[in-house]
Design a protein around this ligand. Structure first.
Ligand SMILES: Cc1cc2nc3c(=O)[nH]c(=O)nc-3n(C[C@H](O)[C@H](O)[C@H](O)COP(=O)(O)O)c2cc1C
Length: 214
């Protein structure tokens, strides 16, 4: 049985509610057998892509301009089977940290198009944390979910959590998170459903491709 490797990415520029919410979700997934890796973007330097397209033209699979943490993070992204991106809500959207990182997936573009061998389908979900009750948690989740769709990653939601784990921090770092019982319930739901979807995909992939994998 192959491992379920979950990459959790926290897009907050500070240690606050979002980091805590992601940690909570990853712990639940670990309890169900996942191997998790939490990356906090606040600790990394990831410059935004400047669209020079050298990585595409030369098919390098890495950035040809910035020697920062971007390429290592892209490598971690490629080796994960399951994703959980968590972002604070900024102007009803996601943080620049996440946008920067997403742009750095560009060197993978050719590889994704040229890939011939059968790949395990990947799955992702997200967590969004707003300072206001209805401050754009769902619109922010839509941006992250569209990222998954654009990269061929299946999106997992539902179970009463609709499109994400959505929490209300009241702008109080992690202090008020647990008070938002409904919000924390959506995180738990998303974590469990993501785990279950990842397992289903893996089992299905292994049984459908038994001969190829032997
Ligand atoms: C620039 C900026 C924009 C923000 N925009 C929103 C917003 O549109 N809606 C909202 O509910 N909260 C907004 N907030 C509040 C944060 O989403 C909220 O405090 C969140 O919990 C921060 O997460 P953190 O503690 O992990 O940093 C904004 C905060 C900042 C700094």
């Amino acid at each position: 049985m192959a491992e379920i490797k979950v990459l959790g990415i926290c897009g907050s520029p500070r240690k606050g509610a979002t980091e805590h919410a992601l940690q909570y979700a990853l712990r639940i997934m670990e309890e169900k057998g996942a191997i998790t890796n939490q990356v906090n973007l606040r600790k990394l330097k990831v410059h935004s892509c400047i669209h020079c397209d050298r990585c595409i033209k030369e098919n390098t699979g890495r950035c040809m301009v910035f020697a920062d943490d971007g390429d290592e993070l892209v490598a971690q992204w490629e080796s994960a089977t399951t994703y959980l991106i968590a972002s604070p809500v900024y102007s009803m959207g996601i943080t620049p940290e996440i946008v920067n990182f997403i742009s750095r997936l560009r060197p993978m573009r050719n590889r994704q198009i040229q890939q011939k061998e059968i790949q395990l389908p990947k799955v992702g979900s997200c967590i969004t944390v707003g300072g206001t009750r209805h401050g754009g948690q769902e619109t922010s989740a839509e941006i992250i979910n569209n990222l998954y769709i654009s990269r061929g990653i299946l999106v997992c939601g539902g179970g009463g959590a609709y499109n994400a784990g959505t929490v209300w921090s009241k702008d109080q770092l992690e202090k008020n998170l647990l008070d938002d019982e409904e919000g924390m319930k959506t995180i738990r739901t998303i974590a469990l459903r993501l785990m279950s979807a990842a397992k289903l995909l893996q089992d299905g992939f292994e049984s459908n491709n038994k001969e190829l994998l032997e």
